[in-house]
Design a protein around this ligand. Structure first.
Ligand SMILES: [Mn+2]
Length: 324
């Protein structure tokens, strides 16, 4: 009817009996729109350079990247010793990563990297073993990490390394590893950590072929010089590759080897020689940057947020302020 259409088009008028120009529900709706919630998300760049002798097969490292939660990534490094038993070491690492990308959709595994590792490992039927690291960012800004072996992860904040995982090993050059065999390690052996991240934090993760061939200071320099995460991942991988084939480079790997008592024969030492050189290996690098995005908070008003209903929402907001 004409009358009802006209009434729909006309602006709401305060009734004479109301003490407010607008009804209270409108005010509360307005404040809820203003109180947008900050959510953390990862931008992720990757780069892989296979071992010089494994270029054709693509090497034995594998990785996966996903957008679940605030972002997730994982690296698996197939243990190359299996080649001596006529087993392709890449099959196990690739299957573990494929299974991880499947089980990340599983509710229980989606917010616990250790559970994800358990499920991905249990579902893997290939013969072999691998070192594995899985990292997932919650939208609240908490990074959860599970690592078995010597893949690594560092967090860089304001130009400094503020967090680093450490390698697990049985002895030099024999890392913890999940395996098709009962003798291997499991998710229960994983190094598990959580790190509260802030906007702008950079994560650098990689297989041992990366961290054995590059120093923290070099990582920091490359990160600071790179225009973006993709460029940073590529530049880091290429620098590590260059060192890995340089027999004169005193790499983290050589320094570690010497500190464990490995060195050139005594007669070479008399001539002033020492064990140096990079370690040739597959090199996988993942660089991720933490960003915060504003999403409308439909669940509650700003007042509820200020009461601290969600602890890390406050942290993410605070970090955004600190980075201004
Ligand atoms: Mn490796």
């Amino acid at each position: 009817m004409a009358a009802s259409t006209a009434s729909r088009l006309s602006p709401p008028r305060p009734t004479a009996s109301s003490p407010y120009p607008r009804p209270p529900p409108r005010l509360s709706r307005f404040s809820s729109l203003r109180a947008a919630k900050m959510e953390a998300v990862l931008s992720i760049g990757t780069h892989v350079i296979p071992h010089p002798r494994k270029v054709e097969t693509g090497g034995e490292d594998a990785f996966f990247v996903g957008g679940d939660g605030g972002g997730v990534f994982a690296i698996a490094d197939g243990v190359s010793g299996w080649a001596e038993k006529n087993v392709n070491p890449a099959l196990f690492s690739r299957e573990v990563m494929a299974n991880s990308s499947t089980f990340i959709k599983d509710e229980e595994a989606s917010n616990d990297p250790q559970i994800l590792l358990m499920k991905a490992h249990a579902a893997t039927s290939s013969i072999g073993s691998a070192t594995v690291i899985i990292a997932m960012l919650e939208k609240t800004g908490t990074l959860k990490i599970a690592s078995v072996g010597d893949c690594g992860l560092k967090v860089i904040r304001k130009g400094q390394v503020m967090f680093s995982t450490y390698p697990q090993e049985h002895y030099f050059d024999c890392p913890y590893q999940i395996s098709s065999e009962a003798i291997g390690q499991t998710y229960q052996d994983a190094l598990v950590c959580t790190v509260n991240l802030m906007e702008g934090d950079m994560i650098v993760s990689g297989s041992d072929g990366f961290f054995d061939n590059i120093f923290d200071q070099e990582i920091l320099a490359v990160i600071s010089e790179s225009p973006g995460i993709d460029e940073a991942a590529k530049a880091l991988a290429e620098l590590a590759r260059k060192h890995s084939v340089d027999v004169r480079f005193d790499s983290p790997y050589s320094i570690e080897a010497r500190s464990r008592g490995f060195d050139v024969p005594w007669w070479k030492k008399l001539l002033g020689a020492k064990l140096t050189g990079g370690k040739m290996d597959d090199i996988t690098v993942i660089v991720a940057q933490v960003k915060t995005v504003a999403v409308p908070d439909d669940e509650g008003s700003g007042v509820e947020q200020e009461k601290g209903g969600e602890q890390v929402t406050v942290a993410a907001t605070a970090s955004a302020e600190q980075n201004e």
